[in-house]
Design a binder for this molecule. Sequence first.
Ligand code: ADP
Length: 500
Amino acid sequence: MATATQAVTLDQNVARYVAKPRKMLINGQWVDAASGKTFPTYNPATGDVLAQVAEGDREDINRAVDAARAAFDQGPWRKLSHSERSRMMWKLADLVEKHAEEFAQLESLDNSKPLTIARVADVPGTVDMFRYMAGWATKIEGNTIPLSAQGNGKFLAYTLREPVGVVGQIIPWNFPLLMAAWKLAPALAAGCCVVLKPAEQTPLTALLLGELIQEAGIPDGVVNVVPGYGETAGAALAAHPKVDKVAFTGSTEVGKLIVQAAAGNLKKVSLELGGKSPNLVFDDADIERTIPGAAMAIFFNHGQCCCAGSRLYVESKQFDKVVDGVSQIASKIKIGSGLEPATDMGPLVSQEQLNRVCGYLESGFAEGAKATVGGKRHGERGYFVEPTVLVNTNERMKVVREEIFGPVVTATPFKDIDDLVAKANDTEYGLAAGVWTRDIAKAHRVASMLKAGTVWINCYNVFDAALPFGGYKQSGWGREMGHEVLELYTEVKAVCLPIS
Ligand code: ADP
């Protein structure tokens, strides 16, 4: 693993953006926290403070929810025509595109993902999400329903899909801007009003997005952005009695707290949670394509992906070749700050994540696992971890059972397909899976047997605004993206009247 050096020159707007303490967006105003407090966001490549940000708490959440409530109940958003909403969302997409480089740099600074990745994945994915959902704003339809109970033709019955109301959205730090878009776009398309709480580790791009939301003409109070800590601002939002729905992406552990907090007013809940996704390689796979695919499945975004292909199962004959190939790729990954153009992999997002991932590595070694590559922290400054492949693992080890959320993959050989599928499904999670084979019938057969919300065949990490994403089992409730997500942001109203 080499270290990349030589950072890009920072865009002047980005340099200016981080130089000043950032405020929060409530009811169209940029305001300080009610408490006057700020909190630091750090540059994960150095551990230095990057910017100060207003620290939202219960009081700020109350103000933001009141603003969203008024914008929804009396305000303009619901009353605008669907095409007008669509036009504003499209304009927002154009504005994000216009400021693409600023967003990419700011994301790379705050999260320390490679700038090259932010440019080709996070920012275009955000633009596409707003455009895709802008299209849906004019296409959310009900049905007419034939009734039999009173005899044919005596009633006209139909359904309306109405916005669910005020939505609290709590997002993580691994794709800060993109997660904001995955959450905001369907809510806006459906006609909901939102209080968005970005992750405390990475609040900056969601705040910059707030500025463009205003510029796009989206009325005051429709989107409020309140940065702050999970245990305070997040918990207040999840429990708030005037919030109709909470949408959360993050750990399964916190997801369970969200469910409990939401129980007070039985608000609707959708959850996109953790994973321990199996990636299955058969002897008959195109190995030259599979090896880089399996490496990308785990090392993309430093393994900080809920759907990371973190359990690699390889049919016995190809096991050594695949493990060797993935290990070689890992050994060549250039580690460095996200802003250095040569960087393939940045640091983890925080000291906490560094401790967590290193803790898992130690537990794996203590239980008998061996690293073919990596296995420890990289350097002494920043939160870097070496991309790691672990062998000699078994199904009881913590590194095989628990989500590590770092660049660590376990590799296990298999012989029997039924045993393989049983192992692949032997997890509390069910977010994603990969299957690599040239036998297409087998690929579909295995895909049908896997308990996962997404199965990638001969590919991995393919996302699209049109493709639903979400989990079976403890990986979550509901689906993001595609038209499926609109069900999470709409209520169905059945209307019927006698016509004879
Ligand atoms: P991770 O473990 O990946 O850091 P978390 O699930 O802790 O992810 O955090 C995801 C989001 O949930 C963040 O915005 C965080 O502030 C928020 N959060 C954390 N704890 C709570 C909580 N108790 N209630 C509501 N939100 C929370």
